[in-house]
Design a binder for this molecule. Structure first.
Ligand code: SF4
Ligand code: SF4
Length: 234
């Protein structure tokens, strides 16, 4: 899932201090699970912004709305009502990930939409209150070659042929208790009796499928609207 954390309240306040009618939008997806942007965090942020406003000698009105998923049009579309008629909000703070912020901004083209979170990485909870990166979304998964452990997201040097010379007692040289990804890969392949795989030198990866090729698209032709026949719909 996408891991994010709330920006410092002083930073968010600076973004919206000139407005008096604010909408804070949460998301029940990933950012709820990582305790950054669900309904509870929306309420917390509203309280903190009220306190900040009081400290600065002004009062603000804050509306709260948490959608199922900010990253899908069908769920953010109802927010368009906030930009119409008597609903006079002046700015939006989105507690969605970066995708959610942009989707909300598309829905409300005439109202400034500000990010309340820093979107951090793709990961999972390691234990309560602690999340770790597991995937870099490289576009060409090689987990089949590495015992299901990602060297791109988990090795500090993104090595495709590791380990480097800095691995010590199973730990990465960056310290902080970080496991050496290539030690983990070695241990896993050893357990699977597949150590021979390490004799294959991994060739340079096709990075055109990674982020450096510009914004990526994934098209499933069998699901594209134009290709739907009555037969498929049935
Ligand atoms: S190899 Fe690529 S797609 Fe697979 S887990 Fe690692 S970063 Fe993600
Ligand atoms: S010590 Fe291991 S995880 Fe760290 S950079 Fe070297 S190979 Fe990668």
């Amino acid at each position: 899932m996408i891991i994010a954390e709330r920006k410092p309240i002083t930073e968010i306040w600076r973004l919206i201090e000139s407005y008096r009618q604010i909408l804070v939008v949460g998301c029940r997806g990933c950012v709820t699970v990582c305790l950054a942007g669900g309904a509870r965090e929306v309420a917390n942020l509203a309280n903190l912004l009220h306190l900040a406003a009081r400290e600065h000698g002004c009062s603000i009105t804050i509306l709260q709305h948490t959608v199922e998923r900010q990253c899908e049009y069908e769920f953010v579309q109802p927010l368009a009502a906030y930009g119409q008629g008597d609903c006079s909000i002046e700015a939006v703070v989105s507690l969605g990930c970066g995708i959610g912020v942009q989707a909300v901004a598309e829905c409300l083209p005439d109202i400034p939409v500000y990010p309340g979170l820093n979107t951090s990485f793709l990961g999972m909870p390691e234990r309560s209150g602690r999340w770790v990166e597991r995937c870099h979304a490289c576009g060409q998964c090689i987990l089949d070659k590495t015992g299901g452990i990602c060297p791109i997201a988990r090795c500090a040097k993104n090595l495709l042929n590791g380990p480097c010379g800095g691995s010590q007692h199973g730990q990465c040289e960056i310290g902080g208790g970080t496991d050496c990804a290539w030690q983990l890969i070695y241990d896993k392949l050893s357990r699977l009796n597949q150590l021979d795989r390490l004799k294959e030198i991994a060739l340079p990866k096709d990075w055109s499928k990674d982020r450096d090729g510009g914004p990526r698209r994934l098209c499933r032709e069998d699901w594209e609207e134009d290709n739907f026949t009555d037969e498929v719909r049935e």
